[in-house]
Design a protein around this ligand. Structure first.
Ligand code: BDR
Ligand code: CA
Length: 310
């Protein structure tokens, strides 16, 4: 069983990533969930993480992290995720404990206490993870891989060149991408192909309790996605979990990727040096293609499995 830590900013797609990981108890052991200000304020995304974990009646330690980026101030993604950061379903009061309000220390403790290596799933801005690697460099040798949703080699979404998670905190992303730890990057190149259709969303709403809640999340997210030109919905963050569960769903390539932090048009760009003579280390496995039907089936089956546990 693979031990993982999920650093997130729920977020509709973050929630679906957590649900899918939780459904795969035999393959993934979730050591903890940590939150980071991103899609909404830290307070709101932490509340959303509580709502999901409470909804699942889970017993997974939750820690809140940094409220905003290392250098600049936070801008949220309320247009995509709503006022709460996870608009759609009505959740009951989330009576879920916070194990710590210092995610960086919490992550260090979880990693160092684990007998083997740990995988970090980073599906929000990379502030917590950058601080972890800077403050506790001894954790690096105990991290086998960081599975990131973020970036995009070919294009962005926050700007024409930069994807949201990287654009929020490019300085943190620069630290993480240059830390010498294997990175799998599910950027927009692949995540915008990882779609759930309107028909699939409608079908979820007729199933069990967990599928119905996911269907309501997805209905809101699908509607908000229209403003960006999406008919079906890209479930970005789920790619970072799906790759761990079924890597052969994806095709990708090792590339030499760096993060542009300079002010200007390219700030937050994950830049791949593709020159044939480039002698930089190919530090990132960049996912490029996904089998859409199998990806959607993974989500739908995970939700059914959780329905069945009720
Ligand atoms: C990423 O930004 C957030 O809005 C999503 O949760 C995802 O992590 C997509 O650009
Ligand atoms: Ca996210």
């Amino acid at each position: 069983m693979r031990p993982i830590l999920i650093d997130c900013d729920p977020g509709h797609d973050d929630a679906l990533a957590i649900l899918t990981a939780y459904a795969h108890k035999e393959e993934l052991k979730i050591l903890g969930v940590t939150t980071i200000g991103g899609n909404q304020t830290l307070e709101k995304v932490t509340e959303n993480a509580k709502r999901i974990l409470h909804f699942l009646d889970a017993d997974i330690p939750l820690a809140s992290g940094q409220a905003g980026p290392l250098v600049k101030s936070l801008h949220t993604a309320a247009d995509a995720h709503g006022e709460s950061g996870m608009d759609g379903p009505v959740f009951e009061e989330a009576d879920y404990p916070l194990a710590s309000d210092n995610a960086v220390v919490f992550l260090k403790e979880q990693i160092m206490a684990c007998p083997g290596k740990v995988t970090i799933v980073a599906i929000g801005p990379l502030t917590n993870i950058a601080l972890l690697l800077k403050v506790y460099p001894e954790t690096k040798k105990k991290i086998d891989c960081i599975s990131i949703m973020g970036g995009g080699i070919s294009h962005g979404n926050s700007t024409e060149l930069a994807e949201f998670n990287i654009y929020v905190d490019p300085e943190a992303a620069h630290i993480v991408f240059n830390a010498g730890i294997p990175i799998v990057m599910a950027g927009l190149d692949v995540t915008e192909k990882a779609l759930i259709t309107v028909q699939e969303i409608e079908a979820l709403k007729k199933k069990g309790r967990v599928s119905r809640m996911a269907g309501e999340l997805l209905s809101f997210y699908n509607e908000s996605g229209r403003q960006y030109g999406f008919i079906d919905s890209p479930i970005h963050d789920l790619c970072a979990i799906a790759y761990l569960l079924e890597p052969d769903l994806f095709q990708g390539e090792y590339q030499a990727v760096d993060v542009i932090t300079e002010e200007g048009r390219a700030r937050g760009l994950t830049f791949a040096d593709k020159r044939l003579m480039c002698d930089k280390i190919k530090n990132v496995f960049v996912l490029e293609q996904v089998e859409r039907d199998r990806f959607a089936a993974m989500l739908i089956e995970a939700l059914e499995k959780l329905d069945g546990r009720e």
